[in-house]
Design a protein around this ligand. Structure first.
Ligand code: GCV
Length: 706
């Protein structure tokens, strides 16, 4: 097959490229199955579904697809509409498919009307139809057969949200793709077309909510001036099935309400929140609810008034209950007054409250107990609050993983966490089963991804990192999907279906997560990034006011060895896991080597499974990470014939930065740890051309996202 490069491509279209299908056989088979498209119904959602089908089919098939009406069904029609819009003939052919889906699910089926083949895309509601339409388009984008279709699918998690850490001045905390896409100043009158494209992209992967503003919240978002702007965004998102949520600053009643307290027991405070919620719903009837960071990293909360998380969350929940809104209350807490291991603190603070939260409260828990590291064992809270819904918080933006320059395919990380076995109800009690509610029969379920989106033309600052937004959405829909499947469909939809491209680049994506672990934090090292901006290595940092902000707190390197002892002889954080998991982590024989230094302080001469000493093994891992990035570059070079020039060279330049930075990580960390180990580098590990002092002297005053 001859490869024809597509035209210049800035990446704006994400995975919705809808490139003309070059393969004639495939194209004609699609054309013969889709002669005309027929919408059933005319809601705003059905209208956007129609528009998307036209865009996608015209783009991929290269010819204008005819439209028809439901009263005039001819052969090879593609029909779409919700259950209530279907006629009896169509319904009869669907059997009991509607019983197999929930409110957001869809059915795509080849049926026969008067002996003629037709395709129907339907759901209980219009939004399910829209999800079905995107699924159908993906079949074409990935060159799959559309003969004899019978696809029944529905999301397994209810609340599937992006969390934007976007500030009202358009800076983005931990954002590496430019400024916020929300142009607050020009809203509500100026509607950037990007808002619609954002909604389309999210709907295409099943994301059904967005928290617009930073968890380090500004109370102004709740003023009438800003609520008007929020309303304008909600109006754009509604047809795409996307609800708007806001973060709330717990002290808002004082800051914008003129009250003297924000005590959740105070009658005036309670009334203030009730009125505020009523005001919000009068503008945004389908408002999703609040996300709250309270008594964490200096944010105000109920503890300021001698109350607890339950008091705070339930007060907001009561205000939201009449309107069906939810409170997502974050468990990301650790205290400077608590001298126990930071990894233990969220569990200690929250688990005793199990069963005390109102039904519309869900506790949002980060995937690991510290903070979005390249690798963390799953958070011990998962599975320990059976009477309380817990939702997952993943980070899509790469605060600790090379930010937007490093290509790291995060679905691999998400998959590892979701498939981790908590053993809370015996073998097979995976994190995924806690998140989707199946382990403890939860009705309210959720998953959040801290967005990596900004106003860069390609949205994520690096075309390859669009895959992480995509992958988050796909796993939010179905937390049992494999990262391999996700990489495959993303590459095909975003770049090319050519196997010579897909196979090697997929391998590259799938190994990229392990590469970053190797060149940053191998063998369970963690939080050794430089201060504040978290860009680059800083294992030597020891002068910050709070002990647990210092990398030395986490690696505890000394002349004897390295690592954080979290076993019973140390902080005993392992006791927060189920006994089967705790004993696996406690025992040096069974502790996975990838988590070794997370749970153990071991000597530099400790023997690894491959017979090497810890020092040699660590040095070789750093080198392996650097080598992996070098081979990512070679793979990308080979991919050149299949990628447009613009995206090819963007990614190429970024991979080269990643390579340079991987070496920086290797050299800085090995020189630093060598001061303790006093050992020379093993054969095969390149020597640094710089001194440790040089690495320590590097400053990044204006690093983004800080
Ligand atoms: C939004 C980490 C980040 C902070 C972030 C915080 C959180 O500490 O460095 O920028 O604040 O997590 O998740 O609340």
């Amino acid at each position: 097959m001859v490869c024809i490069k597509s035209f210049a491509n800035d990446g704006y279209k994400l995975w919705l490229q809808y490139n003309h299908i070059q393969d004639k056989q495939i194209r004609t088979s699609y054309q013969s199955n889709i002669k005309r498209i027929i919408p059933f119904g005319n809601s705003e959602t059905i209208k956007v579904a129609l528009k998307e089908l036209e865009l996608g089919l015209n783009g991929m098939l290269g010819s204008k697809v005819l439209s028809g009406t439901k009263n005039n069904i001819e052969s090879n029609s593609l029909m779409f509409g919700s259950e209530s819009s279907l006629n009896e003939i169509v319904k009869n052919q669907l059997g009991n498919a509607f019983n197999e889906i929930n409110d957001e699910g869809f059915v795509i089926k080849t049926i026969s009307i008067k002996g003629k083949n037709q395709i129907i895309i339907t759901g209980k509601n219009d939004v399910g139809v829209l999800y079905g339409v995107f699924k159908f388009l993906r079949l074409l984008q990935t060159h799959q057969s559309i003969e004899n279709l019978n696809i029944i699918d529905a999301p397994k998690i209810k609340v599937r949200v992006l969390n934007h850490w976007d500030n009202l001045d358009r800076t983005v905390e931990r954002g590496y793709a430019g400024f916020s896409i929300w142009d607050w100043h020009r809203l509500p009158d100026y509607i950037d077309s990007r808002y619609r494209d954002y909604a389309r992209a999210n709907a295409s992967i099943g994301i059904n909510g967005t928290v617009l503003n930073n968890v380090n919240a500004n109370a102004l978002i709740l003023t009438p001036q800003y609520l008007e702007k929020v309303e304008a965004l909600a109006n754009v998102f509604r047809p795409y099935g996307i609800k708007v949520y806001l973060t709330t600053r717990f002290s808002a009643p004082i800051e914008i309400g003129g009250l003297e307290t924000a005590d959740p027991y105070d009658a005036e405070v309670i009334a203030w929140w009730k009125n505020k919620v009523k005001e919000i719903y009068s503008k945004i009837p389908d408002f999703g609810g609040f996300l709250v960071k309270a008594n964490s990293e200096g944010q105000p909360g109920p503890q300021n008034y001698g109350r607890n998380h339950v008091d705070g969350a339930n007060m907001l929940a009561d205000a939201l209950t009449p309107f069906g809104g939810v409170v997502m209350w974050r468990a990301f807490v650790y205290s400077e007054h608590d001298i126990t291991d930071r990894a233990k603190q969220a569990y200690s603070e929250f688990v005793p409250y199990d069963g005390q939260f109102k039904d519309n409260v869900i506790i949002q828990v980060k995937n690991g107990a510290i903070d979005f590291q390249p690798r963390e064992p799953f958070h011990p809270m998962f599975g320990t609050m059976p009477k309380t819904p817990l939702m997952m918080e993943f980070q899509i933006t790469q605060e600790y993983l090379g930010q937007s320059t490093h290509t790291v395919f995060l679905p691999k990380l998400y998959e590892e966490v979701l498939q981790s076995d908590t053993y809370k109800k015996g073998k097979g009690s995976t994190v995924a089963k806690i998140i989707d509610g199946s382990l403890d029969n939860k009705v309210l379920t959720g998953i959040a991804g801290v967005s990596n989106i900004g106003n860069d033309i390609n949205w994520t600052g690096n075309p390859m990192l669009q895959a992480n937004w995509y992958g988050f959405g796909r796993l939010a829909w179905n937390p049992y999907l494999s990262s391999e499947e996700i990489a495959d469909e993303w590459l095909r939809s975003t770049f090319s279906n050519d196997e010579k491209f897909v196979k090697p680049v997929k391998d590259m994506l799938l190994s990229s997560r392990e590469a970053v672990v190797n060149y940053m934090t191998p063998l369970g090292l963690h939080h050794i990034m430089d201060t504040g901006h978290h860009y680059g290595p800083g294992p030597w940092v020891s002068d910050l006011s709070r002990p647990e902000w210092n990398p030395v707190y986490y690696h505890k390197a000394d002349s004897l060895g390295v690592g954080f002892d979290r076993t019973p002889s140390g902080s005993n954080a392992t006791a927060q896991y189920a006994p089967q998991v705790a004993s696996k982590f406690n025992n040096l024989e069974t502790c996975p080597e990838e988590d070794l230094l997370w749970f153990h302080h071991v000597s530099w001469d400790f023997k690894l499974k491959n017979g090497k000493t810890l020092w040699d093994g660590m040095a070789l891992k750093y080198q392996e990470g650097v080598d992996q990035v070098a081979s990512m570059i070679s793979i990308w070079e080979e991919a050149k014939p299949y990628v447009d020039e613009e995206r090819f060279s963007d990614v190429y330049m970024l991979l080269n930065i990643q390579h340079k930075e991987a070496k920086w990580w290797r050299d800085a960390c090995l020189l630093y740890f060598q001061e303790f180990s006093q050992k020379s580098l093993p054969v095969g590990v390149e020597k640094s051309t710089q001194t440790l002092d040089y690495f320590k002297s590097l400053k990044f005053t204006f690093a983004p996202g800080n």
